[in-house]
Design a protein around this ligand. Structure first.
Ligand SMILES: [Zn+2]
Length: 233
């Protein structure tokens, strides 16, 4: 009987720690921004950079297509590639928090979960002159301590509405078809500008960079503009 009670307490704690925050945000869409309503625009966002092999070429493509995007960065990498972050800001993009490292937040202890948000915010603010407004947790998975840290820092928790598996090596045309199937006014499109994340395939971001000109044409042909995520806040 005692052991059953202990099991029940452990299950209840795990539900409160991970299950409820993940269930609310990912399954029910509660508490996490996924798309905008009543707008004629879409937000193009990138996760996992900055990556010196891909992000500068992506920035070239975005500049040529006259698109401003929102970059959810790994702050430990941002520290090592400050010049890329500076270029993002100079060219009109915004820089937001994906995590200090690409750890899976629900598996972290409370203080390391908070650190993923709080240390990221502190470093971006103090070392990179960025005032973050959004947090997109790695793999879109959050737990209770990270959620509370987001609230305390007045950040907004965001996931996405268009995700197309671009972390696997895929032809740009196929990625484009997947994007267009899901694209709506107010969509938050997530793509990736690094292949270092666990689960990502080597060289996969090359297709993402290649599809930018076509994406610009396809979105604009539907009378939609590209906007920064923060324009909807
Ligand atoms: Zn990621």
């Amino acid at each position: 009987m005692v052991s059953f009670t202990i099991v029940c307490i452990v299950v209840a704690c795990l539900l409160l720690y991970d299950g409820v925050p993940i269930g609310l945000s990912r399954l029910l869409g509660i508490g996490a921004f996924q798309s905008a309503k009543g707008v004629h625009s879409v937000a193009l966002t990138f996760d996992d950079g900055p990556d010196p092999n891909y992000t500068p070429r992506l920035l070239d493509a975005l500049r040529d297509a006259q698109i401003h995007a929102t970059f959810f960065v790994i702050v430990d990498k941002a520290r090592r590639h400050k010049e890329i972050i500076e270029r993002m800001l100079v060219e009109g993009h915004e820089v937001e928090i994906h995590g200090y490292t690409h750890a899976c937040v629900p598996l972290l202890l409370p203080w390391t979960s908070v650190k993923q948000v709080a240390l990221s915010s502190k470093v971006l603010t103090e070392e990179l002159s960025v005032s973050p407004r959004w947090y997109r947790p790695t793999w879109g998975l959050i737990n209770l301590p990270a959620w509370l840290a987001v609230k305390r820092l007045h950040l907004r928790f965001v996931t996405w509405s268009v995700m197309v598996g671009d972390w696997r090596v895929t032809e740009p045309d196929e990625l484009m078809r997947r994007i267009l199937r899901k694209l709506r006014p107010g969509s938050v499109i997530v793509l990736h500008d690094s292949d270092e994340t666990p689960g990502a395939e080597r060289l996969a971001p090359n297709a993402v960079i290649s599809l930018i000109p076509d994406l610009a044409d396809q979105v604009r042909s539907r009378q939609l503009d590209f906007v920064l995520l923060s324009s909807w806040r």
